[in-house]
Ligand binder design. Structure first.
Ligand SMILES: *[C@@H]1O[C@H](CO)[C@@H](O)[C@H](O)[C@H]1NC(C)=O
Ligand SMILES: *[C@@H]1O[C@H](CO)[C@@H](O)[C@H](O)[C@H]1NC(C)=O
Ligand SMILES: *[C@@H]1O[C@H](CO)[C@@H](O)[C@H](O)[C@H]1NC(C)=O
Length: 854
């Protein structure tokens, strides 16, 4: 009796006091990024880095408020210098090539950029030592040379034209008409003072926390006059060009030194100028520079200066937190930047150690260590063995380096779109999630310089191979983004700098939208290692660290799974459905499924709740098995693990998979949904008075031309059809496996000489074939290798296809890189040519793994 009363009370208490988990709350409990393995030495070693991948070159700390270092450059001779300031990595700049040739993700990198006539090198190296600053002292070597190709000399006419444009720009920005008129005479300005092959380089430091910094113009002038190169006996020991004090570093200094340009000659500096301003906004520094240059040109004109120069105005605002110096010089230009902080001891020696000869040594040892590690990690590829196409090593090195050099640190909050009921109405509002940080790779520095959930699962397959500790931390960062309901936003647009790169309509995330849980690919691998260690009772350091992360992540992983299991559940037991297809869409022949990651995979023609999606069911099987393995081997309470063991067995059950998704007649796996093949896009018709039908102007509308949609297995073959094979859910001795291999190899379906298409050629709904992408290659590869190595009637065929597919994919990516200088988002299925955004070193970088047969 008493027990019953107490139970009732407890229930009442729960109902009254606990509220449902809210969309806007973070997942409760310890943040994974707080785990001890990510603190201490690990944290300090990774404090500084090139964590601003959205810029051509940028350094920051992995701290919410950091000092930011960046560079910009422009050609003072070109037609529209102000419209062509290089800073943010962007496709419209049209750089012929850029990317990291080497990068270790920790303390060393070498990047090369080709921009019109410039051959630019940015190299950096960190020096950790007792007595160095927190996170190390570091140096950056910047080099600008003439690209080795004939260059047309600009004519005097062009130079005069450029002066006129400068005048115009000044006018457009001017809000002072009198000034414009007074300077009208400058219209006839003569040719600029600089000779053709010049560059204007800008270097800035900015403190996000607003802490003031000092800029010493005399030190800059002295540094630029000093003897050049390390050949010079004594580098001139001028003072720091910029300095300040900022948490957590304490005092810091940035020194500029003449670098050693290739010819060993001194820099020929035409002008040095500067500007310092106070601003909390870091996302529009390019605009700040542009305005500074305009103001300076206007001031020159007001002074009656004949020769207008595009130089910063040499002004410093009080309390400035952004300092910019501009160095205009003839090519070649070579500069070293040396950053030191913390203890104010042995500063001269420390600056020498990260500039000049000291930096040369650091860079050289960084390069040697990188090459050694690359060789031991990617053996066969690195050694250029005959089993890979020529040039593969170079591409694998670049792919890996750009993945690591593309790792960023972001801080801010996501915006979400909420739909709420007010009375009868559903109203939409925008809300913000909590402020948080994210350490993650990015798919593309120019096009997608931010975190993407499903891409990251692929990225980490590669990163983990290189640096398991870094990869664990990235995993932890992503799971920390989970909200109290178990949802993780697909695209992470954190902070002003990230937001400035995203069109407004794409900023808000939907808390009911899923994205494939690709992290389970990696978690599943990790779980097998943990299982092996548990069985052998032998835990290496790495296994222990994996175990610690997985154990701490368990509540989040479980919540993530349950979020999918409930919010994306399908209409019948064991089925799943991606939410977010638009049932009222009348403009698309086949409404897209953006949340599935395979946006335009052909699915049921008429979106409805009866749908079940074969790819999502396979993802769930992978996730359940990974959780079951992790849980069983970490010694978690059996009652927590049991539901996942049960789900894994249930979702891997071949008969139930087939009952839901296999079309017996064709042997194809399919979605289920309301579908008709008889749809077409047509212009709406209008009936005239005389009864004639004429098309109405306007957009094409979808119409059903024959049979009405009805529930059925959707007779469309696309990438999703291969998921049971790719996720290894087919027993090795089943004839169904043989059939899937046949379908895979069928050139009229997905097979091409350059990899697999994502959609069938000539298929309904598209009318065209689709490009090949490498992202999926990682599963194709895993699956075929698995079946090739598992004894059975189809093993030999699987092995054969594995080799063929890998060969096709790798040779094409290598050939395209050599031809264009980039890795691409997609490759044309007919010609193999790179398409879409570039450089795209996200999943395409997996070529490094594929080439090595891993
Ligand atoms: C660019 O500069 C580097 C370093 O000096 C040099 O090795 C390379 O050959 C140059 N490339 C071109 C295309 O000029
Ligand atoms: C930068 O952006 C902020 C916020 O949008 C704006 O107030 C400021 O004027 C901008 N600065 C420049 C130089 O465009
Ligand atoms: C997933 O959903 C199914 C169907 O509702 C349920 O039977 C199963 O227990 C769920 N799995 C977990 C781990 O909660």
């Amino acid at each position: 009796m008493l027990a019953a009363a107490l139970a009732l009370l407890a229930l009442l208490y729960r109902v009254l006091v606990t509220r449902p988990p809210a969309v806007l709350d973070p997942f409760p409990g310890q943040q994974l990024k707080q785990l001890p393995q990510f603190g201490g030495e690990h944290e300090e070693r990774l404090l500084w880095g090139t964590y601003r991948p959205g810029y051509y070159f940028g350094m920051r700390m992995r701290r919410p408020q950091s000092l930011l270092l960046g560079i910009m450059w422009m050609d003072p001779q070109r037609q529209d210098p102000l419209g062509n300031i290089r800073h943010e990595a962007q496709q419209r700049d049209g750089l012929a090539k850029y990317g990291w040739l080497q990068h270790d993700g920790q303390g060393y990198g070498l990047q090369r950029l080709h921009d019109e006539q410039y051959n630019i090198t940015t190299a950096w190296a960190k020096r950790l030592c007792p007595g160095c600053g927190l996170g190390g002292d570091w140096g950056v070597r910047l080099g600008f040379e003439q690209l080795a190709r004939p260059q047309q000399e600009p004519t005097g006419g062009q130079a005069a034209q450029q002066q006129r444009r400068l005048q115009q720009e000044a006018d457009e920005y001017s809000d002072d008409d009198e000034e414009v008129e007074a300077a009208e005479g400058a219209e006839e300005a003569q040719q600029p003072a600089v000779r053709p092959e010049a560059v204007s380089l800008l270097v800035y430091l900015a403190s996000e926390d607003g802490s003031p910094l000092q800029l010493d113009a005399a030190a800059l002038a002295a540094a630029l006059q000093g003897p050049a190169g390390e050949g010079a006996k004594q580098q001139q020991q001028s003072g720091p060009v910029m300095s300040g004090s900022a948490a957590p570093l304490g005092d810091w200094q940035l020194h500029v030194r003449q670098g050693a340009s290739s010819g060993g000659q001194a820099n020929r500096v035409v002008a040095a100028s500067y500007m310092a301003l106070a601003t909390p906004h870091m996302h529009n520094l390019t605009e700040a520079v542009r305005q500074g240059l305009i103001a300076s040109v206007q001031a020159q004109r007001a002074r009656g200066q004949q020769q207008l120069a595009l130089t910063l105005p040499n002004v410093a605002q009080r309390g400035a937190n952004v300092a910019i110096v501009q160095i205009t010089a003839l090519l070649p230009l070579a500069l070293d930047l040396a950053f030191v902080s913390g203890p104010q001891q042995q500063l001269a020696e420390r600056v020498d150690a990260v500039s000049g000869a000291g930096l040369t040594t650091l860079l050289a040892s960084g390069a040697v260590a990188f090459e050694r590690r690359f060789a031991s990690t990617f053996g066969a590829v690195a050694s250029g063995s005959t089993s890979v196409p020529e040039g593969t090593a170079e591409v694998a090195r670049a792919a890996l380096s750009n993945m690591l050099g593309g790792m960023g640190y972001f801080f801010g909050h996501s915006l979400v779109r909420l739909q709420e009921k007010r009375g009868q109405e559903v109203v939409e509002r925008t809300a913000r999630l909590w402020d948080t940080s994210l350490y993650s790779a990015v798919p593309s520095r120019s096009f997608f310089p931010r975190g993407f959930l499903w891409d990251e699962g692929f990225h980490q397959l590669l990163v983990r191979r290189w640096d398991a500790a870094v990869s664990r931390e990235v995993l932890g960062n992503w799971f920390d983004l989970m909200n109290a309901q178990g949802w993780i936003a697909r695209e992470q647009i954190l902070g002003e700098e990230a937001r400035a790169r995203v069109p407004g309509e794409f900023v808000r995330q939907s808390p009911d939208a899923a994205n494939p849980p690709t992290f389970f690919l990696l978690l599943s691998d990790m779980s097998h290692r943990v299982a092996a260690a548990a069985q052998a009772q032998q835990w290496s350091e790495e296994d222990r660290a994996d175990g610690e992360l997985l154990k701490a992540a368990w509540p989040r992983l479980r919540a993530w799974y349950r979020w999918f299991n409930t919010t994306q559940a399908g209409p019948v037991s064991g089925s799943y459905r991606w939410r977010g297809r638009d049932p009222s869409s009348s403009r698309e022949l086949n409404p897209t499924t953006l949340t599935s990651g395979l946006d335009d995979a052909p699915r049921a023609s008429h979106p409805s709740d009866v749908e079940r999606h074969v790819d999502l069911r396979c993802w769930m099987a992978l996730a359940a098995r990974a959780l079951a393995t992790i849980g069983s081997n970490l010694g978690l309470p059996p009652k927590e693990v049991r539901p996942f063991l049960a789900d894994a067995a249930w979702l891997e059950d071949f008969a139930s998979l087939n009952a839901l998704h296999l079309d017996e007649a064709s042997g194809e796996y399919r979605d289920w949904g309301r579908h008709t093949e008889d749809v077409a896009l047509q212009r709406p018709m209008r009936t005239l008075e005389d009864g004639r039908q004429v098309p109405v102007n306007g957009e094409l509308r979808r119409v059903v031309t024959g049979e009405q949609p009805r529930p059925q297995l959707v007779p469309q073959f696309g990438y999703i059809s291969l998921f049971p094979l790719l996720m290894r859910l087919i027993p090795p001795d089943s004839p169904v496996l043989g059939r899937q291999l046949e379908l895979l190899r069928d050139g009229s379906r997905l097979w091409t000489d350059y990899g697999l298409r994502s959609l069938r050629c000539g298929g309904w709904g598209q009318g065209q074939c689709h490009d090949t992408v490498a992202e999926a290659a990682s599963f194709q590869h895993r699956a075929l290798r698995h079946y090739g190595a598992t004894p059975g009637p189809h093993a030999a065929r699987a092995q054969e296809l594995h080799g063929e597919l890998r060969g096709n994919l790798v040779s094409n990516i290598v050939a395209q890189y050599r031809r264009t200088g980039y890795l691409w988002e997609q490759y044309d299925d007919a010609t193999g040519q790179g398409k879409g955004s570039h450089p795209f070193t996200g999943w395409t970088a997996l070529v490094a793994l594929l080439a090595g047969g891993q």
